[in-house]
Design a protein around this ligand. Structure first.
Ligand code: HEC
Length: 151
């Protein structure tokens, strides 16, 4: 076999291996799927440390408040990236996002209201209120994911 053919075969096999185990790239202009997934990751960056604090009984009002503020700041980012016709790999959204837009909007509103309440609780610095408000936000994430996100 000529050297160049061996090399080309090697490239082909490498490419196949990479594509079979790698993540699917969002190749569309503007990368709407990637944009919204990154926006959710930003939400998690604010939300997760609050949960850790509460679960480990390490509530610190002065550290919690900036996280609640960050969550409110980041909560609006994903939604504009759910444009029509943006349900394609690597999206983990379900078709219901586009087929039941009212229900999706309702869950989004509930989430936004819950984050407002969490910020108010964080400002009050009352641990019991904070814990309750945190649980409500968590419920709002889960409620929406149940119908609108694949697992
Ligand atoms: C109104 C619906 C809704 C709410 C509320 C919501 N999500 Fe999601 N979330 C989605 C959908 C839909 C996707 C899938 C997006 C995609 O892949 O196209 C998603 C994806 C994600 C992902 C995966 C991102 C990735 O890289 O694949 C994470 C993490 C996430 N959400 C966390 C949260 C957390 C934490 C909350 C609450 C603080 C939350 N979400 C609230 C609908 C919601």
């Amino acid at each position: 076999m000529p050297q160049s053919l061996i090399f080309r075969l090697f490239l082909l096999i490498t490419a196949l291996l990479l594509s079979s185990c790698g993540e699917v790239e969002d190749t569309r202009p503007g990368q709407p799927v990637k944009q919204r997934q990154m926006a959710f990751k930003e939400i998690v960056k604010a939300f997760e440390p609050m949960g850790v604090m509460l679960r480990k009984d390490r509530y610190d009002a002065d550290k919690f408040l900036p996280l609640a503020e960050k969550l409110v700041e980041k909560r609006d980012a994903p939604w504009s990236h759910f444009a029509p016709d943006t349900h394609y790999p690597p999206s983990k959204a379900t078709a219901d996002v586009w087929q039941q837009p009212e229900a999706f909007t309702k869950d989004k509103q509930a989430f936004i209201t819950a984050t407002d309440a969490l910020l108010a609780a964080a400002q009050s610095k009352d641990k019991a209120q904070v814990a309750m408000a945190y649980d409500k936000v968590h419920e709002a994430c889960k409620t929406c994911h149940k119908q609108f996100k694949e697992r």
